[in-house]
Write a protein that binds this ligand. Sequence first.
Ligand code: NJP
Length: 243
Amino acid sequence: KGKNVVITGASGGIGEQMALLCAANGANLYLLARSLDKLEAVKEKIQAQFPVECFIASLDVSEHDSIPEAFLAIYEKMGQVDVLVNNAGFGVFDEVAEAKFEDIAGMFNVNVLGLIACTKQVVPDMISRHSGHIINVASQAGKIATPKSSVYSASKHAVLGFTNSMRMELSLSGVYVTAVNPGPIATNFFNIADESGSYVKNVEKFMLTPEYVAEKVVSIMFTNTREVNLPRWMNAGSTLYTL
Ligand code: NJP
């Protein structure tokens, strides 16, 4: 029987690619995101190609109170969770003076608190089974900082801090904890993060493909990997600072 994998933010981008690759490796899936229609399309793609179970459900991870109920449904329909990939996230790149508080709070509610709330739904069961893997999609922005991404960067620093601490706590439990730190990836992310296109203009040629990132992440499922670093954009050098 294949592993049971839950992926948040699976309606597009790297989440969708990870789902397809997990299915290709025989994993059963429970895919979450806000857009049910897009999840439906991902599920159709998966079921047309792979003989695995694929459940979908709409979940806004910033609605923290709805997360326990969403995971109850997961345990009911799929059974145990072997891998949780906390991938849902977004950025809005603005200078501090112009950043809207709504976006600031939104990034923390989704990228940090949503991720922590989902994690808390699986940790006790994983500890009691002495197995499981939590994979948190952070960012190179969680390791260093660039102009205009202060709040996004702060949210991903928070994800890394949380992930590193949890790895220490769980180091003897049999539960693996991994952070994924990619550079820029060619997904819908930048349509939200960089409406003006000025950031994208500078890093476009250095972007990773979602397929490549997905391959790296899926390949570490069930290995005791601490971090997956894909810092392609570092090559962009000084162009990053001409935003
Ligand atoms: O972005 P995109 P990526 N509740 O926009 C979902 C990180 N990252 O694949 O809800 C639940 O194509 C959204 O679905 P929907 C990044 O920070 C990226 O590039 O239906 N789900 C969609 O499925 C993020 O953590 C880059 O709109 C929510 C997915 O999240 C992860 O990679 C670089 C949600 C986003 O897909 C995936 O991003 C880097 C919510 N409230 C880290 N809000 C990069 N692209 O350059 C959004 O270092 N989603």
